[in-house]
Design a protein. Structure first.
Length: 99
């Protein structure tokens, strides 16, 4: 039996979201963005004692997973939660943890 025949699409999406959330910096960013409509990357880097390049990598991981979205407003990038995917992630995790 192949793995693809037993793993559901929901499990794959939940695992992708979980992987993206698998670092404390990314958890912090998600908490920060969930408390406000949007935030500029420079504002986030002011609050975290990490290099801007490191923060950029974490933001890229969250964006690639679809949990956040970025909009370029030169010279800065504005990040917001992708509310649809964030709500889906919360629902998938809730279903998983209620088993």
């Amino acid at each position: 039996m192949e793995v693809g025949t037993v793993i559901t699409e929901q499990q794959q999406r939940a695992a992708r979201y979980a992987k993206a959330l698998g670092h404390p910096v990314r958890m912090y960013v998600m908490e920060l963005l969930s408390k406000q409509s949007c935030c500029y990357s420079g504002d986030i880097s002011d609050e975290l004692p990490i290099a801007k390049s490191t923060l950029s990598q974490h933001l890229k991981e969250l964006k690639d997973a679809g949990l956040i979205q970025g909009e370029i407003e030169l010279p800065r990038i504005k990040y917001c939660l992708n509310r649809e995917n964030w709500n889906e992630a919360k629902l998938l995790f809730k279903q998983f943890f209620s088993v």
